[in-house]
Design a binder for this molecule. Structure first.
Ligand code: GDP
Ligand code: MG
Length: 829
């Protein structure tokens, strides 16, 4: 509860004063200190100033200031179990309660990407957030609790940033967190092996005038490299306590939290607010701007006037907007523009660069006095490894070789467990079908649910193996290099280097590929990659290609196959260009692609990462796949009361009676064959008359211009469950018994013999090479399967992207197939 929430005539006791340093100081000098009783005398309307009685004096504060004073009311104090309420609460008891309340400390971890914030956060709170040797793992704040020495900590793990300008979403996020959540302490996690770059962020925290403790992390690296750092002196120079830590081993963490408590309780002698000297001219400008800010009561409670002045001088968009929104004082911005142009004409450089230079000057000055650099072993090894892995000539071939191994393992090794899962489920299916009583429940359980679960789990080996590789590449630091090497090529199609791996994975299966886009930090790049991945022809489409190519292009199978894959790639590139020009016009600012030192990842972290991804797949994506498979099954299964054109039941019965008389082997075989044929006819007719079949007939006018027969339409519809289902559905419809592999030759025959049943072309061949090609192109491009649809929805966080993809791809598929059919049938028969 804040002082601004207290009504006139009521009393409250102060727990803590938040906000930046000199604001706190001013407020505390007025008497608003911890444990002090405050009475609200008078509130003015329209959120005007409020009059308070504190220590017998009457003072007034604006609501924005009162908002930063945390209080408790006597009634809240009474609700604490330690305090026995006996009608009147004496001040002593309230003070006990204040002490209780003031033992809650909110702590935000702020630092460069990859400096160990999450490791620290996890170590302290026992959380299991992902730690990775690459940037952009933490995209939003993670929150957790920790209790130490009777204090309750609220910890926030924030995204990694190099700076606190308003250029990237991460930077804005951290800035907003500091201003809106007002953490009591900011722990600035600093990578000890890279002090110069890391301390840049520290200089901005210094400007902000907030309570900071530095965790000098990766201190083991610093020690190993033989570097000497005078921590005490550096701490004095910065005015910020510094505690060396090794987050991965938990070293220094108790000391860190002791220090946090000391700083919070204002009892650390080293804490002081220093001013970074920006040079005479800039300081003059800061002074001018600050004068006007100080005149404006709306501005001074929000943030340190010096910080705001510096930001305004840097022409930081957010700071300018903040001032124009919250202040009527035109002088602030007027002075800013005047000073900016004065400085820029004086130095003929922009103000931001001048301020940045001064900051780096400050850092190198501080380090010159305190740091004796040794050669870091880690960088020594890293440079040696990089000489090979990112070599001009060897780099890309090596990368492609690793890609090949990853691809090969994922889909070749993965195919064994996939087969086992497949076999296991069909065995279970067969077993249940026979043992359970026949009927609808049996069919639902076996053909619906069990095969649905099977189709979810069948992807799992792929996902596990793929993420094992990806985790390993990320945790070692190789992923950053791979992205770096591919960046130039990928930029040509408006994508980022990190998009390469998901796209390659797409040739295996689009579902893990879409999940792999998580390594792309930039949101629009990530979305774009997700949206073009379905054009990568996945391996489930291959059975369809093989069947049709075998039937209609036996002379040049390779040419057709390669053309299909190339068509997919070209469409992906075209789509990327198109979307870049239309949907994603506003590109986010480019960011540094940092190359972290190579590290040997811990087995635990790699396995955990892999496990998390797999669990997420089953939880998030699995549900949708399962439901969709059951729906598609049900559409093909109902209605059950089909009026068959022939009395199949009677025919089957007739064969059964014949089988009972003694016959020789050839006669039995002939009868068995007849029986299977009748069963196939029956299944085919049932499917035709099912809902799915009716929809197939219904959409026939839409696919007629492509030359497709209605059965092909049904196959395409059921192919949205999984693309390979196109083949098995055609198998049922063409009465070649479920399209099992031993019937492949039979399917080829029946495809070649397929005839239009109705319409002007009735009786003519429904599949010519031209139509077959149009069909293959359609299968390549049209709507992704439900697994991919659900992956896009979950990963992008929006169902509308998934639906957009369904329409977009199906639209393109239709147009291209139309062109192929219409043009092709002019020239060929
Ligand atoms: P974040 O991006 O700041 O959240 O950094 P992470 O916590 O994800 O850590 C980045 C990498 O540094 C991981 O590979 C960690 O295992 C490693 N790491 C973190 N802290 C230390 C440390 O104190 N010493 C060493 N040697 N490695 C560390
Ligand atoms: Mg992190």
């Amino acid at each position: 509860m804040n002082l601004s929430d207290i009504n006139a005539g009521e009393k409250a006791v102060i727990v803590k004063v938040k906000g930046y340093g000199s604001f706190r100081k001013r407020i505390m000098e007025m008497g608003f200190v911890k444990g002090q009783l405050v009475e609200v005398i008078k509130k003015t309307p329209f959120r005007g100033p409020v009059e308070y009685n504190v220590m017998g004096y009457h003072v007034s504060l604006r609501p924005s200031e009162a908002h930063l004073i945390e209080v408790i009311t006597p009634s809240i104090a009474a609700s604490l179990p330690e305090i026995q309420y006996e009608g009147i609460i004496d001040l002593e008891k309230i003070k006990t309660s204040v002490n209780q309340h003031s033992k809650k400390i909110s702590v935000a971890f702020v630092g460069n990407p990859n400096c160990g914030k999450t490791s620290l956060f996890n170590y302290v709170s026992g959380a299991k957030e992902h730690v990775g040797n690459y940037s952009g793992v933490t995209v939003e704040a993670k929150q957790n609790k920790y209790t130490f020495q009777g204090y309750h900590f609220e910890l926030f793990d924030l995204p990694g940033t190099y700076s606190l300008t308003a250029y990237t979403p991460e930077e804005l996020y951290v800035r907003k967190h500091i201003f809106h959540n007002n953490p009591d302490i900011v722990v600035n996690v600093v990578d000890a092996s890279n002090l110069e770059r890391n301390l840049y962020l520290t200089t901005q925290l210094i400007d902000m005038d907030i309570k900071v403790v530095i965790a000098l992390n990766m201190y083991d690296d610093l020690e190993n490299s033989g570097t000497l750092l005078d921590i005490k002196k550096l701490s004095k120079l910065l005015g910020i306590p510094i505690i060396p830590t090794v987050a991965t081993k938990g070293q220094g963490i108790n000391e860190l939290f002791h220090k946090i408590i000391d700083v919070y309780e204002n009892r650390d002698p080293n804490v002081r607010h220093i001013h970074i000297n920006y040079g005479k001219e800039v300081e003059q400008s800061i002074k001018e701007i600050r004068q006007h800010i100080k005149d404006d009561k709306h501005l001074i409670s929000a943030m340190s006037p010096r910080f705001l002045s510096v930001k305004l001088l840097e022409q930081d968009g957010h700071a300018i907007r903040f001032v124009s929104r919250h202040s009527d004082n035109k002088e602030v911005l007027k002075t800013t523009y005047k000073e900016v142009s004065r400085i820029e004409s004086l130095f003929s450089e922009n103000t931001e660069a001048i301020i940045t230079d001064a900051k780096y000057g400050f850092i190198s000055g501080a380090l010159k006095e305190t740091l004796k650099q040794g050669e870091s072993k880690r960088w020594h090894y890293t440079n040696a490894i990089d000489k090979i892995l990112t070599n001009h000539i060897l780099g890309v071939p090596l990368f492609l070789f690793f890609m090949f191994i990853m691809f090969y393992s994922t889909f070749t090794l993965g195919s064994y467990p996939m087969d086992w899962i497949d076999m296991g489920f069909s065995y279970l299916n067969g077993l249940l079908k026979e043992t359970l009583p026949q009927g609808m429940f049996n069919d639902l359980l076996t053909d619906g649910i069990i095969s649905g679960v099977g189709s979810v789990l069948v992807f799992l080996p792929n996902i596990i193996i793929l993420f094992l590789f990806i985790s390993f590449m990320e945790d070692t630091g190789y992923m950053a290099r791979a992205a770096f090497m591919m960046d130039k090529v990928m930029h040509k199609i408006g994508l980022h280097g990190r998009s390469f791996i998901p796209l390659i994975m797409g040739f295996g299966c689009n579902v893990p590929a879409i999940m792999a886009t998580r390594t792309i930090r930039n949101r629009t790049d990530r979305l774009l990659t997700m949206l073009i991945t379905p054009f990568m022809s996945c391996s489930a489409r291959l059975p369809v290609y093989i069947l049709f190519i075998g039937a209609f292009f036996p002379e040049n199978p390779t040419l057709v196959l390669i053309s299909l894959y190339l068509t997919g790639i070209l469409l992906a590139v075209g789509t990327a260009h198109l979307f870049n020009k239309t949907l994603f016009k506003t590109k986010e600012a480019p960011f540094v692609m940092e190359l972290p030192p190579y590290r040997i990842p811990s087995l635990k972290s790699t396995v955990k990462h892999m496990w998390d991804k797999s669990a997420q797949y089953v939880q998030k994506v699995g549900g949708v796949i399962l439901i969709a498979v059951i729906i598609i099954w049900a559409l093909g299964y109902f209605p059950r009361e089909v009026i068959y054109s022939k009395d199949y039941a009677q025919q089957l019965e007739f064969i059964e009676t014949q089988l009972h008389v003694p016959l020789d082997e050839t006669e039995i075989a002939a009868l068995q064959f007849q029986k299977v044929q009748i069963q196939n006819q029956m299944a085919s007719e049932q499917l035709e008359k099912s809902w799915l079949g009716r929809i197939g007939h219904f959409i026939e006018p839409a696919i007629r211009p492509l030359g497709f027969e209605w059965r092909m339409g049904i196959a395409l519809l059921s192919g949205t469950a999984a693309k390979e289902v196109v083949v098995s559905t055609l198998g049922v419809l063409l009465q070649t018994n479920n399209g099992e592999s031993e019937d492949a030759q039979k399917m080829v025959e029946s495809l070649r013999n397929l005839k239009y049943e109705t319409g002007p072309k009735a009786g003519q061949a429904a599949l010519t090479p031209v139509i077959a090609l149009a069909f293959l192109i359609f299968v390549l491009i049209y709507s992704p399967c439900v697994g991919v649809i659900s992956a896009i929805a979950k990963e992008s966080g929006r169902w509308r992207w998934a639906l957009f993809m369904v329409t977009y791809t199906t639209g393109i598929a239709w147009i291209l197939s139309y062109v192929v059919y219409q043009v092709g049938s002019r020239f060929f028969v």
